[in-house]
Structures are given as C-alpha cells and as structure tokens.
Design a protein around this ligand. Structure first.
Ligand SMILES: [Fe+2]
Length: 190
C-alpha cells in the first residue's frame, strides 16, 4: 500500500485490483478499499485535476475508471464521482450483488439506512423503516455490503463531491428501489 502524500488515483486503482485478486470476501474487500480510499481522500486537489470542474455547478456523474478485469461478484468495477446539488437525495435503494464504498471529497452527506419490518416486529404488514442515519463529512468513507438498503442526501448547503467505488458497475446489475411512504419495492431501471 502506497501511503505517501503522492498517492494518486492510478495507484489507488492498482491497489483495488490487488485487493480483488487477494480475497473473494466482500467484507474484506470493501473494508480494504475503504481504507485505501481514505488515504486518497487526504490527497489535495487530485479530483479537481481529473474533472476540470467549473467553479460552480457541473452537476452530474463522471466516470473515473472502469475496470473490465476485476470486481465483485463479477469483473467490472467502477470508480466514479457524483457532483451533487444542494439537498440532492434519492429513494432508498440497494446495490444488488455489489458492495459500494462512498468517499466524501468535498461537502457532507447524510446517509440513512433502512430495512423491512414484518409482523411480530411491531407492524401489521411489511414496512420499510429507517434503522439509523449518520453524517458523512469531508474526507470520510463509508461502505455498504450487498443487500443493504440506504439513501443519501447532500446536506452541504452547496455543491458536494462524492467519490464512489462500485465493486461491479451498478448499471450492469439488477437492483431495487424502495418507497417508504407506499411500502413498495420496484426493480430499478438500468
Ligand atoms: Fe447507494
């Protein structure tokens, strides 16, 4: 592991490939990738240099590295970044068979976690309910294992830059979105 002030996105990608080669355990993979992303987040300016962002705006998603050769459960991991609007959020969702590491490069996001509750757990019919939330600030990482349900909200008050490592490109996977008001689940469009 390269742990110097000169750690680069390319070195991070190499480390991620090595992690996929060294273990098939999704938890061990996600934890190790999160540790390395933590080091990368401490390097100043690397993301601006890759994105060439305007001073304001530039909202959207930017792919940084797609890897055809390694990933989990199948090859095809993706390193990408989202440039989020103030208050930008999404519905609770899972990541299919993939795990995802989130790193906040600039700003702060709120992470909210959910699960289904069933009869015998204080509900009359199946309900999707919040199980906790935390604020993920500038320079912090968090990961979600396959099957976990969460949603994010940008609470920066301005633009937020969030780096994401998808163990297999999410648009290639079957995954689901959950509506806590209607207590429904539906397959997400790819
Ligand atoms: Fe997510």
């Amino acid at each position: 592991m390269t742990q110097t002030a000169t750690y680069t996105m390319e070195a991070f990608v190499d480390d991620v490939k090595e992690i996929f080669a060294s273990t098939k355990d999704p938890l061990a993979q996600a934890q190790a990738v999160a540790d390395h992303m933590q080091v990368l987040l401490d390097v100043p300016d690397w993301l601006e240099e890759k994105l060439n962002l305007p001073e304001e705006g530039g909202f959207g998603r930017y792919d940084l590295h797609f890897d055809e050769d390694s990933g989990s459960p199948e090859p095809g991991f993706l390193l990408m970044c989202t440039v989020q609007k103030p208050d930008q959020d999404n519905l609770p969702h899972d990541h299919g068979a993939a795990w995802v590491v989130y790193g906040v490069y600039d700003g702060a996001i709120e992470q909210t976690k959910w699960r289904w509750f069933y009869k015998g757990e204080g509900v009359d019919s199946p309900r999707i309910k919040e199980t906790g939330r935390f604020v993920q600030k500038n320079g912090k990482v968090a990961f979600f294992l396959p099957g976990e349900i969460h949603h994010t909200r940008n609470i920066t008050g301005g633009r937020a830059l969030v780096v994401r490592l998808e163990s297999q490109k999410l648009t290639e996977l079957t995954r689901y979105q959950y509506d806590p008001n209607a207590n429904t689940v539906k397959k997400m469009d790819r």
